[in-house]
Write a protein that binds this ligand. Structure first.
Ligand SMILES: *Cc1c(COP(=O)(O)O)cnc(C)c1O
Length: 344
């Protein structure tokens, strides 16, 4: 066993900082379901301001934020457009059908960018045979496309299509601040193209728990009720909102380090035998690459990496490495030398 593990599985493994732990201990709290928790209120207004929306809601998970948004914008028997590799369609245990009673219509994309014309062709009007399309979901940065940034222009074009047909847009911005930094585009400009946006505090921003859902005031009021329905009404939850405030105020800029490290790792491993990875595609903190090597299958390779203290995950596109606060230059160096050792 190694004393230290280099854990590249996800940015969700980040542990709260000392400052976050102190803020948790000292948080002023109240019963948030009764509207009494000043720390949660502070987090919610800060999140709304950053997203450029009227209001925001603190939710336990990104999945709950997405579920509530879909439920709020749709009625049973409708259809929603999702990107074929998106998290909301593939990784959230089908809450779309279970909670909202709508069917997803997956659209293939170029690295997370759906073609607006193709989206428009897939918007359906209700007939005796077909459902009405009520929502388009966009993901940015795009997890399963190796952290790709969906450009603002693409989302603007989708907005035009949505407006033309009276359809809503929900932005799954679990990692919107990664996309924002990488594209030098403020997060609120992306959010402005969407009716609602969800972003995670618990990923690269390193809070222990929590996500935010933002939109206009009447939407958030409805979402607050849906959160209670789903069992997400939490009481003295200022203890969790306090690190969330630090996540939003102090942890966004440092994501740049994660992007630089991901790029460095991708550049170092891309030329190795068996690795199928284009380092030019690595714009944020996620590297997904395929492995075709005579010596290793993917599970075997991951097992051998773990034996050497380097943890990563298998995903649909192959192997996923994620950089984050608790991965430093030494971890990257170690991963590179283990790769060279095993593959060369
Ligand atoms: C992690 C993630 C979510 C969901 O967040 P959880 O807090 O894990 O439920 C949603 N969308 C994307 C793109 C994610 O990466």
């Amino acid at each position: 066993m190694h004393e230290k593990i280099s854990d590249f599985r996800s940015d969700t493994v980040t542990r709260p900082t000392e400052k976050m732990r102190k803020a948790m201990a000292e948080a002023v709290v109240g019963d948030d379901v009764l509207g009494d928790d000043p720390t949660v209120q502070k987090l919610e207004s800060l999140a709304a301001e950053i997203a450029g929306k009227e209001a925001a809601l603190f939710v336990p998970t990104g999945t709950m934020g997405n579920s509530i948004a879909v439920k709020c914008w749709t009625k049973e028997l409708e259809e929603i457009i999702v990107e074929a590799r998106s998290h909301i369609y593939n990784m959230e245990s089908t809450h779309i059908t279970f909670i909202s009673g709508v069917t997803p219509r997956p659209i293939p994309s170029k690295r997370g960018c759906m073609d607006p014309e193709e989206v428009e062709r897939n918007i359906r009007k209700p007939t005796v045979h077909t459902p009405r399309t009520s929502l388009i979901c966009v993901e940015n940065s795009h997890n399963n496309w190796s952290g790709a940034v969906v450009p603002l222009n693409n989302i603007k074009a989708l907005r035009d299509v949505a407006d033309k047909h009276g359809v809503r847009i929900h932005l799954d911005g679990a990692r919107i601040f990664n996309a924002s930094l990488a594209s030098e585009t403020p997060a609120d400009r992306y959010a402005a193209c969407a009716d609602s946006v969800m972003f995670c505090l618990s990923k690269g921003l390193s809070a222990p728990i929590g996500s935010m859902l933002a939109g206009d005031a009447s939407f958030i009021e409805k979402c607050r009720r849906l959160r209670k329905v789903l069992g997400g009404g939490m009481r003295q939850v200022g203890v969790l909102a306090a690190p969330g405030i630090i996540a939003l105020t102090e942890m966004r800029e440092r994501l740049k380090e994660d992007h630089d490290r991901a790029r460095r790792l991708a550049e170092a491993i891309a030329p190795l035998p068996g690795i199928k990875c284009n380092p030019d595609h690595i714009k944020t903190n996620i590297i997904i690459f395929d492995l075709e090597h005579k010596k290793y299958t993917v599970p075997h390779f991951l097992h051998e990496l773990a034996e050497r203290g380097v943890w990563a995950l298998a995903t649909t596109g192959g192997i996923r490495f994620v950089t984050h606060k608790d991965i430093d230059d030494e971890d990257v160096d170690r991963a590179i030398s283990v790769f060279r050792d095993m593959l060369s």
